[in-house]
Structure formats: structure tokens, C-alpha cells
Design a protein around this ligand. Sequence first.
Ligand code: ZN
Length: 330
Amino acid sequence: MTEAQKDPAWMKDIRALVGKEYGRVYGWDPVNLPMARQWAEIMGIHNPRYGRGEVVPPAMLQVWCMEGPQLNHYPPGSTTENPYEALKLIEAHGYPSVVAVNSELEFDRDLVPGERVYYTTRLDAIGEQKTTALGTGFFVTLVMTYYAQQPAGDEKVGQLLFRVFKFRPAHPVKPAAATAPAGPPKIKRPAPGISDDTRFFWEGAREGRLLIQRCKGCGQLRHPPGPSCPSCHSLEWDTLQASGRGKVYSFVVMHHPEVPPFEHPNPIGLIELEEGTRLVAQLVGVRPADVAIGQAVQVEFNAVEVGAPDGDAQVWLPQFRPVPEAVPAP
Ligand code: ZN
């Protein structure tokens, strides 16, 4: 449910931007088969039309004009205007959060290798102020129109409508308590993404149990957890409580970059459990220089503070500590 509210006075200037067209953003490379082939492979698309190189997948439209790993690094001739200026301006009035709401791609025709593509952006609409479960803010719609350059006049090939909700959260991130000591806030570990597939693992860890997913179809153990068995594709599974004993199958020691709050050098092991499956975990109680492949280790569970999107939380992490090699009974 949303509820309309009166526009704040400052919104008038921002609304005046609606309808504004922002300049061209060019693609670095012409439409080409290597990118199309890799994209189709990653997406799992097997269409012989793409394999033959006649046309490229239409859904790649956005790909051709992406800036690459360097943020805002567009080819010469591209606009230096910020097509998202309305979002920045709304944000400056105390609406820090954003969530994508709609993304609608339309295609006028297939693109063929060799074509050069650019797009322009239009600020299409700003809705009236609304309050949703997320918070209070504005739905902002942008429309990117894609063109292929042609000697006889550029040709529209497709369009992307992109709508976001720019809002002030209903449950703002808790500000630091007034009594908190001065200084930068302590950086916490990122919270693990916990889903219906992985919840058992984290709940087990909280109880001090190392639970490994086991296929009910063929009995194979697997980690990290997933919905189906890679061997027999069964969706049925239960869990096995591992002894927590294993060996260092392989390891890395992280030196750089130093990412807080981790201590560096940071030894991370690929542990082969005695039950036969492996998992990645931090190694504790060992100097990084002393970690050795084949070293016997034992799990222990340590609580860490994590920064979660909805506030801070505590997670129990399985970590592995070297132990003396088990001596066979005489
Ligand atoms: Zn199976």
C-alpha cells in the first residue's frame, strides 16, 4: 500500500527536470561475436542463430554501452552530464536509499556484428511523494533509448525503461548511541547471505554443530549447500553432523589488500573433513607461516559481530585449529 503526500517545496525545481534528455553514451566496442558468444555461454543460451554469428542476443542491448570495470569511464564523445542528477538532488534532501522497481527492455530489431551502439537518457517521470513499507520517497522513471549508428541517419534499436524508488527508510539505520566513544565506527564482518538452502548450516553452527548437506537420493555430501544434488539432481536432502575433524587440503594466506576487520596475514584453509567433503574456513591458533598441507585440524565455533542490513547481529563461524595428529591406539 502506498499513500500519496503533498510535495515538499524544494521538489519543484527537481520536477522541472522531467522530460530532460541527457546526451549520448557510446559503447567502447562495436557489436561483436566474442562478447556475444561469452555472454550466451554464461547465460546458458543455446540458439543456433547466435552461434552462426548472424545476429547477437537482443537481451545484450545494455551490454554494448557498459563502461567496464572502471566506474564512469565512457568512450570519448560520451556525455559528461549525469543522467541520474534528479536522484542525486532528491538524495541531498534526505532520501538516501534506493531500490530498483521496474526494468523493461524493448527491442525494435536484432543487432548484427559490426554495428556501433549508443544510448541517450530521458528523465521520464517523478511520481508524487509516497509512503511504502520501505519508507517515504519518490518513484523516478528513466528511459534509455538505444540507437545503431548508420550513415543515412541513426536507427532506434531498443529501449530500456528503468524505475527506482528513492526514499528515506522507514526504519533508519540506527545512529551511534550518544554514549558511544568517539572515533570511526568499528567495521564489522559482512553478514553471510542466509537462505532457505543454507539456514541449517548457520543454525547448526550456533548450536556448535557442523552440519553438512547430504543427498537423500544418492547419499553424496555437498558443501556449500544448494537446492539440488550435482550428482543425481535429487532435491531431497538431509544433513549429517560432521565430527569436525579434518585436514588442511589447501590454503591461502591473505596479505593484500588488508580488508578490515580481518587481521592480516589471514590464513584461510580448504578443509577436507574426515567424512569426505571439503569446506573453506578461517584457520585459527596457527601462525600463517606454519600452516601446512595435510595438517590435522579440528573445528571450533566462534561468535563474530556482523553488520547486517537490518542492524547488527552475531554469527557463529566454524573455524579450524591445528591439532596433533591422532595417534593410533596401540
Ligand atoms: Zn544425489
